[in-house]
Design a protein around this ligand. Sequence first.
Ligand code: HEC
Length: 307
Amino acid sequence: MGRRFSIPVKFFGVFFLTMLLVAGAFITTLNSLRRQVSRNEARAVAGQVAAFRSWIAQSGMIWVQTLAPGFHDFLDEQIDAKGGTFYGKNPALATRELAQIAQREDARAFFRVTSDNWRKEENAPDVFEAAAIASFKEDKSLEFVESYEGGMYRYAQPLFLEQGCLPCHGDPKDAPPAVLEKYGSDKAFGYKVGQVRGVVSVTVPSLGLKDVLLSIAKPFSLALLALALVLNIFFIRTVVMRLIELTRNAEAIAAGKLETPLVYTNPSESNDELDHLYHAVNLLKRSLVILFKRVNSQGGKQAEKSS
Ligand code: HEC
């Protein structure tokens, strides 16, 4: 076996291991925190989208008088008493257009509504969304599905069929003629209230662990770290350095240098075990001094007798 480690080496070993463990716990916490942040962001967006859709579903459709440039799609058309034309937009169509506008404005979050049983080719799910829909169909209590994909955080929450959706997604017999005309009677019909109709899918940029760590490297946190280091150095000085000094002194005394001074606070005024140890060594030293004197004086007397 090799030599045993010195106390400073042991202390720094323990110190760095502790730091590593703390850093590990810290990074794990940060990681779940950054997931939580992205999830909250995505959930807020999904909530808005669901509310928007629900508002339109409750009103049946929204009717607009002018088709904005780039948004020429509509489900139905009506001419009012004054001869003006109104265009009807169903929830999915309006959401699709809202998503397009949001994307144009260079938004942080991207959202869309998709289904495994889609009417519109543009609404077809991608791999993540298709898997999410399958999970929601399997487990009705599942609230969301999430994933990371190429620096993005992806989130999906189920869209259930409500009463207001029935005309256009229930029995084709009840369907507005415009829906049948535009999409036929075989796509996205036959749903019952409560069934999973699809998902609201949201994508937000994910916070990289590097971003999170960089945001933590602020003067205040660094000052706290420096303080932790100073505290450890203080401990080294008051405990470890004194122990080393005592070892040297005790070795000097053992080597016969009885005049070696021992500086410490009297045990009656100190709870520091090192002071007690110093005191004990000091008592040993004093005993040695007395012993030496006795031996010397006896040696002297014997010398006198023999002369
Ligand atoms: C006025 C008729 C109408 C109502 C009401 C309606 N939908 Fe739709 N829905 C459609 C049409 C038409 C589409 C075709 C897609 C498009 O226009 O983008 C569609 C598409 C969808 C899609 C996208 C997938 C696809 O089929 O392309 C989902 C999901 C959906 N609807 C869910 C619902 C839910 C949930 C409700 C009730 C809250 C609802 N819809 C109410 C007519 C309607």
